[in-house]
Design a protein around this ligand. Structure first.
Ligand code: NAI
Ligand code: 13P
Length: 322
């Protein structure tokens, strides 16, 4: 029987993942959009004009706004709404459905999305993360990604479903590290955008991103991630892809903030701004210094200008690198 795969969330990333599944030879792929008007627009234009313009959607891609229809008979579902939408979506899904969580954000109280899913009774869970701009994956440009799960058979199954000439998925047994790498790099990408906006140069960006790694490492270690995962595709790989990319909404939001402009990206989700505040709160609660994350959080909240954030980072007490 042909496996049916549901892709829940019709933004740029959900649309690109649906196309990646079709390219990998899956013939029954259903893309779910939250609003019927959006589903109708996708069906008639055969293009996701607001979120992934310039990429055609093949006739074989089924598009619906009915969640029941999307998941009926599906072997598994990719959850690709922005993180703020994940709790409501989980509440509507049957807990026996295997899920692949693809959003790069945290729950409303800073929870991992996989923990929220577990609390709702879901037991078959994987996460997918890596250096994967929707604009490039949607066009079939080559990339690698990581699928991590405590259930090796599920990770291997998702790998098989997605593997194609243009997407090379790796498996991992560290869902904690893979899930959180993408969450944290978004905040550093906002900071990198501020460096761009202020035209501080290449040395500043390399210094900032490298000093951001220990901040990522602190949080990942606290969460129980394996130390090496930070240096893989879902950590350093995604940080490299995002912090310099013309596609990155997080980087662009940082650039806008530095220029005194609004950080919104035309209705596209910018996860790093909300994540910065949640991680800042976590750092305060745990007495952990996260200077770059703290600076992004204060600029995002309008408490500091980007220039003040640079001053605060440069004025910190002298210390050893390690
Ligand atoms: N765009 C990209 O290149 C990548 C994005 N991601 C992550 O995937 C997640 C989704 O991002 P994108 O697809 O880029 O977003 P997007 O900004 O392209 O589109 C957001 C989509 O979600 C819908 N939406 C908004 N609020 C919702 C809610 N409460 N419930 C259900 N749907 C809702 C919008 O109508 C829209 O269709 C984010 O966590 C993002 O960090 C991960 C990898 C790559
Ligand atoms: O996660 C991404 C690429 O891997 C997308 O990053 P942005 O959300 O900053 O566009």
């Amino acid at each position: 029987m042909t496996p049916k795969v549901a892709v829940l969330g019709a933004g740029g990333w959900g649309t690109a993942l649906a196309l990646a599944l079709l390219r990998a030879g899956r013939s029954e792929v259903v893309l779910w959009a939250r609003r019927e008007a959006a589903a109708q627009e996708l069906r008639s234009a055969r293009e996701n004009v607001p979120y992934l313009p310039g990429v055609s959607l093949p006739a074989g891609l089924h598009i619906t706004s009915s969640l029941d229809e999307a998941v009926a008979g599906a072997e598994l579902a990719l959850v690709v709404t922005p993180s703020v939408g994940v709790p409501d979506l989980l509440a509507e899904l049957p807990p026996e459905l295997p899920l692949v969580l693809c959003a790069k954000g945290l729950g409303p109280g800073g929870e991992r999305l996989s923990d929220l899913a577990r609390a709702q009774g879901f037991t078959r869970l994987a996460v997918l993360s890596g250096p994967n701009h929707a604009e490039e994956i949607g066009r079939g440009l080559p990339a690698a990604t990581v699928i991590a799960s405590d259930d090796p058979a599920l990770a291997a199954r998702v790998q098989t479903l997605l593997q194609s000439a243009s997407l090379r998925p790796y498996t991992s047994g560290d869902p904690t590290g893979v899930e959180l790498g993408g969450v944290l790099k978004n905040v550093l990408a906002v900071a990198a955008g501020m460096v761009d906006g202020l035209r501080l140069g290449d040395n500043a960006k390399a210094s900032l991103l490298t000093r951001g790694l220990p901040e990522m490492a602190h949080y990942l270690a606290w969460a129980g991630a394996q130390p090496g995962t930070l240096y893989g595709l879902s950590g350093l790989g995604d940080l490299m892809a995002t912090a310099s990319s013309r596609h990155s909404r997080n980087r662009a939001a940082g650039e806008a903030l530095a220029l005194g402009e609004q950080p919104e990206q035309g209705g596209k989700v910018v996860e790093g701004l909300r994540t910065a505040r949640l991680l800042h709160d976590w750092g305060k609660q745990h007495g952990t210094e996260l200077p770059i994350i703290h600076a992004v959080s204060r600029v995002a909240a309008g408490e500091w200008t980007a220039q003040q954030a640079v001053g605060a980072l440069m004025d910190r007490e002298a210390k050893a690198e390690a």
